[in-house]
Design a protein around this ligand. Structure first.
Ligand code: ZN
Length: 177
């Protein structure tokens, strides 16, 4: 008799469990899966020497001002940007997308700004403006939000896939005419 060890993707597990957790618990759970977070969690409180995000009691926030007892560190988002280690990839293609490139880039930029206010580590790493535009993000949440923003604004075809065994999301949005 054939044995089926696992029928579900391990990547989806944290999300399913997350449904019963509050926001803070979810955040901590996400951070435990992030190799960049585990490098800095012992430095608390700490402030990123590049972007100024403040880390206190296990939580990242745009606190502003000076924190006399905080050590300087490089936050997981700045490390990921430096390494080009993306958590999400959004591909934008089609004739409509090419014809409305400036408008689309504007929507992407505004969506990132809003997202970053709430979740300081969610940032765009790079935008490759080839025939099909490619946007890489530090974490999967921002890539998903960008894809949904495009779909809401311009309809088109939105697809999301979690490559098996990898901790990131691949999204494609396309509109031809
Ligand atoms: Zn930083």
């Amino acid at each position: 008799m054939r044995q089926f060890a696992r029928v579900h993707s391990p990547i989806l597990e944290p999300n399913l469990k997350g449904a019963t957790l509050d926001r803070r618990d979810k955040l901590i759970q996400q951070q435990q899966h992030d190799p960049y977070f585990s490098r800095i969690h012992k430095q608390d409180p700490a402030t990123c020497k590049h972007c100024g995000v403040h880390f206190s009691k296990g939580h990242f926030a745009w606190a502003g001002g000076k924190h006399s007892n905080a050590v300087l560190m490089e936050c997981p988002a700045c490390q990921r940007i430096r390494d080009g280690y993306e958590g999400g990839l959004l591909t934008i293609s089609g004739g409509f997308a090419r014809a409305h490139r400036a408008e689309i880039l504007n929507l992407i930029s505004n969506t990132e700004k809003l997202e970053k206010q709430q979740r300081p580590l969610e940032r765009i790493i790079d935008i490759n403006k080839g025939k099909a535009m490619e946007v890489t993000t530090t974490y999967e949440h921002l890539a998903r939000r960008l894809g949904k923003a495009l779909s809401r604004a311009y309809k088109g075809d939105l697809q999301m896939t979690y490559p098996k065994g990898e901790k990131y999301i691949r999204i494609s949005w396309s509109r031809e005419s």
